[in-house]
Design a protein around this ligand. Structure first.
Ligand SMILES: Cc1cc2nc3c(=O)[nH]c(=O)nc-3n(C[C@H](O)[C@H](O)[C@H](O)COP(=O)(O)O)c2cc1C
Length: 332
């Protein structure tokens, strides 16, 4: 599938080595489940290619590879925005070679075209976006900003469903807790978790935080998987209540549940996250209820039964957090 930002092609100076390195780094800054960084990014034949890496798949948490495709979609979105910020058209093909199931997309820089101010802001947010698992302040997000977040998902053919109603939130919280319980009771899930989270050998992938916690916080609704152990007492705001009030909960949802839809949902997720970052919002992920098949069906029903939920996001007013490492070699 081709997704040109502009159909016109033309001549422009191709990216130099530093610009190519910047494109690959932007792709590698994408979020990924357990920070597996499940991609191989390479510059080939005048384009950045994003391939999935089957060796970095999460067989227990993500048996269908849906989240892996979303992470690669997020990497594609970052590359595309960075091509635009470098002042070139971005010609995007998703799933360019049908016989290559792990080849998720290609972004080819084209003719010179100055970026818009907003494209520059979004690209600048790429290295500033970090998952923030701290409690968020209860200050509400304005209606205008909520609408802008919705448009960010819409631009990638997805929807952002804001879960506002108290009954809907209660049900989603219960499904999250249920999924979390099931995963913690699954030895394969726990073994996989322990390979990626808090493992002392991991320095540039996984979550190598020295305080990594294998058990979730018992006292929280949305941050059950606080596996970075980031909420140590000395890291709180003075007087901060470790149990937050009501963060904004938003679900990135698609009209389909195909491989292509997963890549597009990853792009939408990243556009939402970068929009949030550019507008001063913090964000984190609540993946469990969509990782367990039975609770995902229930979340789908909760949203009306038409859209496919792809990622639950928690948004709010946060604080500065440490970046999670990335591996240096992202290509082949
Ligand atoms: C598909 C997907 C699922 C994720 N699930 C969770 C989650 O359930 N809980 C969580 O705290 N972080 C989750 N994350 C966030 C990753 O742990 C995070 O992106 C990774 O550690 C890299 O850190 P960064 O986002 O700060 O760059 C998820 C990310 C993605 C893309």
């Amino acid at each position: 599938m081709r997704q040109d930002t502009d159909a016109t092609t033309g001549s422009g100076s191709p990216p130099d080595a530093a610009e190519i390195a910047q494109l690959l780094a932007a792709g590698a800054a994408a979020p990924s489940s357990h920070n597996t960084q499940p991609w191989r990014l390479r510059w080939h034949d005048g384009a950045v290619e994003v391939h999935g890496d089957p060796d970095r798949a999460l067989a227990a948490a993500d048996p269908d590879g849906r989240e892996l495709r979303m992470a690669c979609g997020a990497a594609l979105a970052n590359v595309r925005l960075t091509v635009r910020a470098q002042g070139r058209r971005a010609h995007v093909q998703l799933l360019p070679e049908p016989e290559e199931p792990w080849f998720f997309g290609r972004v080819r820089p084209g003719a010179a075209l100055p970026p818009t101010g907003w494209e520059v802001e979004l690209a600048a947010a790429i290295p500033r976006r970090h998952t923030d698992r701290h409690p968020f302040s209860g200050r509400p997000i304005s209606a205008a900003l909520r609408e802008q977040l919705g448009r960010a998902a819409w631009r990638e053919r997805c929807r952002l469903v804001l879960v506002d109603g108290s009954e809907q939130r209660r049900q989603l919280r219960e499904l999250t807790a249920e999924a979390h319980r099931r995963q913690r009771a699954d030895p394969a899930f726990v073994a996989e978790w322990e390979r990626w989270i808090g493992h002392s050998d991991r320095v540039d992938d996984g979550l190598p935080h020295p305080r990594a916690r294998h058990e979730p916080r018992p006292d929280d609704a949305w941050r059950l998987r606080d596996f970075a152990g980031t909420i140590a007492a000395d890291e709180r705001f003075p007087g901060e209540d470790p149990v937050e009030d009501e963060p904004t909960i938003a679900v990135v949802a698609s009209y389909d549940d195909t491989r292509l839809a997963h890549v597009q949902a990853g792009q939408a997720m990243e556009q939402v996250l970068l929009t949030a970052t550019a507008r001063g919002l913090a964000s984190s992920f609540v993946a469990s209820p969509l990782e367990v098949a039975t609770t995902r069906v229930q979340v789908r029903a909760l949203l009306g039964g038409v859209l496919w939920p792809q990622m639950v996001l928690r948004l709010g007013r946060g604080r500065s957090v440490h970046p999670t490492p990335r591996r240096a070699d992202t290509g082949d």
